[in-house]
Ligand binder design. Structure first.
Ligand code: PMP
Length: 307
């Protein structure tokens, strides 16, 4: 990423600074051992292009703080303060396009040891412009990865722990190298977990199905959003283990996540999903999702922080 590809200001070591000065020493423990937690929050340009809507900021920061609790660490900022910093930084950077906030809490020490009990954590935040992370209108081609998803007793998947993302990197990197858009990852017992950076849904006989929380998936905010919206639309929702071969015979499949947004899947392991086109339930949820984030659905304006 070059300088023109990120916003000029970041929050680092307790204050807003030029982003290029938000630097970490090579001896830093988080860099070397992955002892850090990150978040990812989207800011959407409103339909009238006058505002940025930060989507479900409180839910994102709640998960962020809970991830930190799993590491048994504290930072000097509470939820309210994290909101304030985010809003202040957004106002300072004045985004005119869709953007992405990357909150980060990391071990600041130069400790040559993985001993978490000795580490102190600080908070940083930066922003980048962001359009599509994966195409949302083309139909994704996936493979089931032979890299197994990390489980709750290895590196907890429900939390966004930086070190755990090597697992995603292996799956995603190999899939892309083979010419696919992304990978689907399985749990140690062979059920579907999720994508390398998103939660996963299928539709069978009009029912929306997603892996259960105990299937080693991130506690995704978009996953929760999709489940809430489906329930409102009176679509039956099942959260349960999903077999790999159920995916092959699903009528529809899609990814949901902050980066991917709602992106439909055309093919898994060389098998066409449904008729290879976006399915009706996916299309309905995708449209509602984009209308909400652009502020066109007043009912859900509580999910948006207006800048
Ligand atoms: N699973 C993984 C592994 C992810 O990295 C992400 C992206 N944060 C998600 C799911 C989706 O989570 P969210 O909707 O909160 O962005």
């Amino acid at each position: 990423m070059t300088e023109s590809e990120y916003f000029p200001f970041a929050f680092f070591e307790g204050k807003i600074v030029p982003t290029e000065l938000a630097r970490i020493n090579v001896m830093n423990n988080a860099l070397q051992y992955g002892n850090a937690i990150f978040g990812g929050i989207r800011g959407y340009l409103s339909a009238d292009k006058k505002h940025i809507h930060i989507f479900r900021m409180s839910d994102h920061y709640l998960r962020f703080l809970k991830s930190l609790r799993i590491l048994n660490k504290l930072i000097r900022y509470d939820l309210r303060k994290l909101f304030e910093i985010t809003v202040e930084l957004a106002k300072k950077n004045q985004p005119k396009t869709d953007c992405y906030f990357r909150p980060f809490t990391y071990a600041t020490n130069f400790e040559i040891s993985p001993d978490l009990s000795k580490l102190d954590f600080d908070f940083a935040l930066y922003m980048i412009p962001m359009g599509e992370y994966l195409p949302v209108s083309k139909g994704l081609r996936l493979i089931v990865s032979n890299w197994v998803r990390i489980n709750d007793n290895m590196i907890p998947s429900r939390a966004k722990i930086s070190g755990g993302y090597v697992n995603s990197s292996l799956a995603k990197g190999d899939a892309v190298k083979l010419g696919f858009d992304d990978a689907l990852m399985l749990t140690s017992d062979g059920h579907i977990a999720e994508g390398s950076g998103s939660n996963f849904f299928i539709v069978r006989d009009g029912r929306l199905i997603t892996s259960a929380q105990y299937n080693d998936v991130l506690e995704g905010i978009t996953r929760r959003t999709i489940i809430e919206l489906a329930k409102e639309l009176k679509i039956a929702v099942e959260e349960r283990p999903v077999d790999r071969t159920e995916v092959y015979i699903a009528d529809e499949a899609f990814f949901a996540g902050t980066g991917v947004q709602v992106a439909w899947i055309a093919e898994v392991d060389g098998r066409m999903i449904g008729n290879g086109k976006i399915g009706p339930i996916t299309a309905r949820l995708q449209k509602l999702f984009f209308d909400i984030v652009r502020g066109k659905e007043k009912k859900y304006s509580g999910w948006l922080t207006k800048i």
